[in-house]
Design a protein around this ligand. Sequence first.
Ligand SMILES: Cc1cc2nc3c(=O)[nH]c(=O)nc-3n(C[C@H](O)[C@H](O)[C@H](O)COP(=O)(O)O)c2cc1C
Length: 184
Amino acid sequence: MLKITTLLGSPRRNGNSEQLAAAFAKGASASGHTVQTVRLHTLKIGGCIDCRRCWMNGTHCFLHDDMADIYRALDSADVFVFAVPLYFYSWPAQIKPVWDRLLPYYMPDSKVDIKGRRAVLLAVAGDESASCFGGLSKSFELACGFCKWEIAGEIYANGVYAAGDIASGDWLARAEALGRGLQS
Ligand SMILES: Cc1cc2nc3c(=O)[nH]c(=O)nc-3n(C[C@H](O)[C@H](O)[C@H](O)COP(=O)(O)O)c2cc1C
């Protein structure tokens, strides 16, 4: 049984990426995995300030904000799921600080090792061409390489603009199948 942490990067409640994440969670739960879902938009998470004081006060980061909850969730998860809309060919502002604040895990004196975990990207975009995801997919690939995470699945749903568009086509079925197929 796997512990899965899903980070919702969209400010839009019950939007396309959230529905994709819900379908993934349905499949994963059916296979006996547990899924914790965190909506980033309601949290206060600042950007990394490059103070190089990771772990100095006994915790991951010197900043005191809601990233503490994310650290807790990431510390114990086997699989990280990033569910995001494409914003200007890249990550939405809600999730970018989370990536940057992973730095403590990769400092030489890190107290928690999250290398070897698995990561999934569920992305949606309004553009009709799947090529719009080129920058995001490269960023995900490089970031997972740096973090030493295995990519356990990627869904890039293009042509999905208005809330609810994700229901047309087979995107939700594909996300559910991806979740169901995760092996412990
Ligand atoms: C600020 C902003 C930037 C966007 N940038 C892009 C983009 O670069 N390419 C694209 O295809 N769609 C873009 N979109 C459209 C969203 O990706 C699309 O509406 C998506 O379905 C929203 O997902 P959500 O319902 O999970 O929020 C943008 C939307 C917003 C609000």
